[in-house]
Design a protein. Structure first.
Length: 59
């Protein structure tokens, strides 16, 4: 069984690991409302990814 959805929203993350790109069955990745300034290049390996949420909260 492979991980298909990963929800990491609103966790004050500043970086994501490059190894995230190894989750090739991932279809949904939610990293909204974190403190990310860049995404790892490994995300390019997520060929099954159909939904990426990177929205940030605004005041």
């Amino acid at each position: 069984m492979a991980l298909r959805e990963l929800r990491l929203g609103a966790n004050k993350l500043t970086t994501l690991p490059e190894s995230l790109g190894n989750l090739t069955a991932l279809t949904k990745l939610d990293v909204h409302e974190n403190q990310l300034t860049a995404l790892p290049e490994g995300l390019g390996n997520l060929t099954a990814l159909t939904q990426l949420s990177t929205c940030t909260a605004t005041n």
